[in-house]
Design a protein around this ligand. Structure first.
Ligand code: B16
Ligand code: MG
Length: 216
């Protein structure tokens, strides 16, 4: 039986995935490291230092840990500048309806985001009260594609793994959901999200009754 739906944040509930890209792109340009949207696909869902390390793979320079921390801080300052003006108008299409449908059906709602900015973004979007449990960077040791964040969220919600459905826009995130043992709904490109049980263009196409019939 479906008892909980666990959402990724960036790229699923709001378009912060594009702001993460803008921040990394600005940093990479400053460091003269080639970086484009295609390379960015491998960063989606990956934590801050993990993302930087992937970008630096294309650099000829070697950076100390302290230098890397400073670069992470810089990217985060750029990112925070971009997300400053987020309001409930920035919820992606279909999100409000899905959250309302889930509440009506008494299905629990969880958040699984490795972003250290997750809580502040959810606050700006004015959707904090919908969540029964928020699993963020503070609650886990291993980021996506490790399943830890989705498993921690299920535990926090007080439901079994097989009673959960996870929703993700990133390949690493879909892998994390599948490794946790949950049904995975991908939002975005079928070619990129091959491991997902079903891929939708956006949450506007998400029908909870159809999901229950199909998978639970
Ligand atoms: P921060 P998610 C992830 O969030 C993003 O997809 C990823 O691009 C970002 O690098 C990561 O959070 C860390 O974010 O720098 O704000 O801590 O997809 O798990 O919601
Ligand atoms: Mg995401």
């Amino acid at each position: 039986k479906l008892k909980a739906v666990i959402f990724d944040l960036d790229g699923v509930l709001t378009d912060t995935a594009s702001y993460h890209y803008k921040g990394w792109k600005r940093l990479a340009d400053e460091l003269n490291i080639p970086f484009d949207e295609k390379a960015n696909e491998n960063l989606k869902g990956i934590d801050r230092m993990g993302s930087l390390n992937k970008i630096l793979e294309s650099s000829k320079c070697i950076y100390s840990y302290e230098e890397k921390l400073a670069l992470c801080d810089k990217k985060n300052r750029y990112y925070q500048e971009y997300i400053k003006g987020i309001t409930e108008k920035d919820l992606l299409i279909g999100v409000n309806k899905v959250l309302i449908d889930l509440k009506e059906k008494e299905i629990k709602i969880g958040l699984a985001s490795v972003s250290k900015n997750a809580f502040s973004v959810v606050e700006k979007l004015m959707i904090v009260d919908y969540f029964d449990y928020i699993a963020d960077a503070n609650k886990i040791l291993k980021g996506k594609p490790d399943p830890e964040i989705f498993m921690t969220c299920a535990e926090g919600l007080g439901v079994k793994i097989e009673e959960c459905l996870g929703i993700e826009d990133a390949a690493a995130g879909v892998t994390a959901i599948k490794r946790a043992g949950m049904i995975a709904v991908g939002i975005g490109n079928k070619g990129i999200l091959q491991e997902a049980d079903v891929v939708l263009e956006s949450l506007e196409a998400f029908d909870i009754n159809e999901m229950i019939e199909r998978f639970f």
